[in-house]
Design a binder for this molecule. Structure first.
Ligand SMILES: Nc1ncnc2c1ncn2[C@@H]1O[C@H](COP(=O)(O)OP(=O)(O)OP(=O)(O)O)[C@@H](O)[C@H]1O
Length: 334
């Protein structure tokens, strides 16, 4: 029995696309934990899809290797049908669905006819797990984009893979639907021990879903860890910027907030600073207030220094009023 850290391994993998930019993935090391959700995050072009395609065997590494339970994943140059039978990948494209067939048939078709009862039970189970049993008799052509995405995921899951790779699967899906789908996937992972690797261009979206975040920058893995830890204590400014719309002030600018820092750049998350209309030093002018529902995003100005903070008591401040800012927490980076 392999230990969990030898489940799916990326060992010194590089894949550089030819061209002036030298883009791709560079010397990546990664241990994907079995039965967990790992999210690969990074700016556009940072190499997320490339890494996922290397994991799945759709691309061959120039150097290094991907191992699944100690067995090498072969790329298209070494194997006619690349990848591993125990892995399934779903992208935002749902082209392989048959639009004229019913949802049920699109899913059931992937199971053999040797056990008709088992085929029916498994199809029903997957449709129920993904909350779409009520759509079983609908034609795929009559479904919404989000529902089609669910069918694609159901098709991937019905053959009971050990690893599900998701490349931006929620792009077509509106926020409410997205939350539901993320929750369903989390439940399936808990119930079945499935391992999920998800690529997202919207890191905030996967904070609640993933067990482990892997941060990619310019093809390199910059850091990895539990979402809460990476959010609260990122090792890099890039990660902080990726996970939240934070304020980045120069050390000198931060002095107006009473912060005496050692390092050059000071990062203040908008929820780490509290505006207050009373007290001393009411120096910050309210420049703009963006209503966000449960809170307001208040943009403040003090001379040339700008700051945005969250106010959880909407309506409390007016444009051009002046406030005091109390910073509870901040990060420092070189
Ligand atoms: N087939 C290719 N040939 C040449 N360059 C490529 C190829 N595929 C990707 N790239 C380049 O490699 C880099 C990484 O691309 P990749 O698609 O992996 O990034 P990504 O993080 O998934 O981006 P996005 O979030 O925009 O989808 C980019 O600079 C991209 O332009």
């Amino acid at each position: 029995m392999p230990s969990s850290n030898s489940f799916l391994q990326v060992k010194a993998v590089s894949k550089i696309y030819p061209g002036a930019q030298q883009s791709g993935v560079k010397k990546a090391y990664l241990n994907v934990q079995a039965g967990k959700i790992t999210a690969i995050i990074g700016q556009s072009g940072s190499g997320k899809s490339t890494l996922l395609r290397l994991l799945y065997g759709l691309l061959s590494p120039d150097e290094g290797q991907v191992l699944f339970k100690g067995e090498r994943i072969w790329g298209p140059e070494e194997k006619l049908i690349p990848g591993h039978d125990a892995m399934k990948m779903v992208t935002q494209h749902t082209d392989d669905l048959n639009p004229y067939a019913k949802v049920w048939d699109n899913v059931a078709v992937l199971l053999p006819n040797t056990n008709i009862k088992g085929k029916q039970e498994k199809t029903e189970q997957v449709l129920r797990q993904l909350n779409m049993f009520h759509l079983a008799n609908k034609r795929v052509a009559d479904l919404s984009g989000g529902e089609k995405q669910r069918v694609a995921i159901a098709r991937a899951l019905v053959t009971q893979p050990e690893v599900l790779l998701l490349d931006e699967p929620f792009n077509q899906v509106d926020t409410t639907f997205r939350d539901g789908l993320q929750q369903d996937i989390r439940h399936i992972v808990k119930q079945t021990g499935l391992t999920v690797i998800i690529v997202s261009h919207d890191p905030a979206e996967v904070l609640s879903m993933a067990d482990e975040l892997v941060v990619l920058k310019d093809g390199e893995i910059l850091e990895a860890g539990m979402p809460k830890v990476l959010y609260q204590k990122p090792q890099n400014l890039y990660t902080a910027r990726l996970l939240t719309s934070c304020n980045v002030l120069h050390r000198e600018e931060a002095r107006v907030l009473g912060i005496k820092a050692q390092k050059e750049q000071i990062v203040i998350y908008p929820e780490w600073a509290e505006p207050s209309s009373s007290g001393q030093n009411i120096d910050w002018a309210v420049k703009e207030i963006l209503f966000k529902g449960a809170y307001e995003d208040v943009h403040l100005e003090y001379g040339p220094v700008e700051l945005h903070v969250y106010n959880y008591d909407p309506g409390k401040y007016d444009h051009y009023s002046h406030v005091h800012v109390n910073v509870r927490q901040y990060l420092e980076f070189d």
